[in-house]
Design a protein around this ligand. Sequence first.
Ligand code: HEC
Ligand code: HEC
Length: 342
Amino acid sequence: MKHLNWLFLLLCMPLFAAPDGKALYEEKCSACHHFRGQGGIGLPLSPEILAQVSDDYIAKTIRHGRPGRIMPSFQKLSAAQVSAIVRYVRSWTGKPGPVFEAARIQGDAGKGNVLYQKHCVRCHGKDGSGEGAGTGVTLSRERSFMVMPAALNNSGFQKSASDAMIRDIILSGRKTSNMPAFRDKLSDQEVAHVIAYLRTLQPPAPRKGLEEWVGKPAYVMESPYDLETTVENVKQALAGANFRIFPQRYLEQGLTDEFSMNTRQVSIRFCNFKELYHLLNIDPRLGTVLPCRINVLEQDGKVLVISANVAQLATLFNNQELSEVGVLMEEIILTVMEEATL
Ligand code: HEC
Ligand code: HEC
């Protein structure tokens, strides 16, 4: 009996141990925010930024995510896991985070609108969508890789940030990016008006015509030809659609050694430079995610042609213009795939 009790205790131990914040961060966050918050697709979580945001804000941001702005919402993490991640992120600075009052700040949204158009719109976009010219810089790369400011109209941001925290950011600015300090430019009353205006912002409604593209992560078509012929067909169809094709790679190239590489999986990478520059102009983060590639692989005696759903990927950026280009690209890619398997 005694032994059984011990066994029971041993089995339960991992459940009682505190979650490992570092491991959780590396698993859930580092792909976008880099190993120590240098930033990448996700905004930097640098000491300067961490000094301006509360633990409550980070925890809520993890929970709510930023719908339509790539950052997922982590609904399934327990409260203890979220706290462990926050503690780990906070440990990089060695200082406790600021605490802000939850109370609403009263202001006049109409007056705030006027001030916003004057002082903020050029960087944060006309509806707070972050589509203006202002850019932060991720610190993860040597070259300055530009990122957009966070979308202030995003429901995830709105639910996570308290008025007092937003006020502090407006007054102090962000030393590590182009966000200016408004301490000497706006009075307390004016800052309150701007905040009241920010609270009225909402993300644009999803664009009509996109519905049919949503929900499918990838398109798969079966080819009646063998692998080599199918690859040739895809290339021809791409050339016909004015794409430039990069040197061909095997899907596993770079991931595994040459001898165990599966040569029955080919990745055809292509691009249309005009379109690519257009896309990068809309959102520079795109270069890191949009895969201009069609994969051809042999599986169980079948030859499959596969492409990611570019239209759906594009919607993650919550940007109308980009979504339109995404739909256009998707239509072209599907035509190419159809042509190659006809
Ligand atoms: C010159 C461009 C520029 C101007 C002008 C500007 N901002 Fe910013 N703002 C930024 C950038 C870039 C960031 C992102 C900073 C970062 O994360 O490093 C930012 C961040 C913010 C944030 C924090 C968002 C977050 O997710 O942490 C708030 C709030 C904000 N700005 C509000 C304003 C308001 C209100 C105004 C006008 C009074 C304004 N900004 C004017 C560029 C600008
Ligand atoms: C798939 C990419 C991705 C993942 C995974 C991700 N994030 Fe983010 N995160 C982003 C992006 C993109 C933004 C900026 C949103 C915007 O542009 O509006 C962001 C914003 C944030 C912000 C707000 C920063 C600021 O300046 O206000 C915090 C805090 C944050 N993420 C923490 C985390 C944590 C912690 C995790 C892991 C639990 C995580 N993120 C996972 C992409 C990601």
